[in-house]
Write a protein of this length. Structure first.
Length: 147
């Protein structure tokens, strides 16, 4: 199983915001923390805002911050929303026709594995991911911005 870059960046944005949940942060600061492109993060941030996970504050001292508490953000839910599909093999698509589909055990095994993968992620919240908060803050250079 492999997650898309979009999902990876979605999780990174949330982790970065969660280490300082009340502070405003810019896309540029997040991009700098991880050494990734601001352009890639813009779409991620927009979708997180539309989904109600973050809020955007406009203006000179504006930025983004979490709208929900880290403990209220379920990682399994985030991954389900961010991933375009979980069709591990072509036969997961309803349009696929396979000669052995009526008796295929592989499809069932892969479906079970997908379920287990997502079930494991659903046991975690964003609060769990930021448990080593001090170390994350230092590694991500997530100090508060001067006003």
């Amino acid at each position: 199983m492999r997650l898309t870059t979009y999902t990876d960046y979605t999780l990174r944005v949330l982790v970065r915001l969660a280490v300082r949940p009340r502070d405003l942060t810019t896309i540029a600061e997040i991009a700098n923390s991880y050494g990734i492109s601001e352009n890639h993060l813009t779409k991620v941030v927009h979708k997180l805002g539309v989904a109600g996970y973050i809020e955007t504050v406009r203006g000179r001292n504006g930025g983004i911050r979490l709208l929900k508490r880290p403990g209220e953000i379920n990682i399994g839910e985030i991954v389900r929303r961010a991933e375009p599909d979980f069709e591990l093999v072509p036969c997961f698509a309803e349009s696929d026709t396979c000669a052995i589909e009526p008796v295929c055990v592989l499809k069932d095994a892969l479906a079970e594995a997908r379920y287990a993968f997502l079930a494991a992620l659903e046991r975690y919240t964003l609060a769990d991911l930021i448990a080593p908060r001090r170390k994350l803050t230092a590694l991500l250079n997530a100090q508060p911005r001067p006003l």
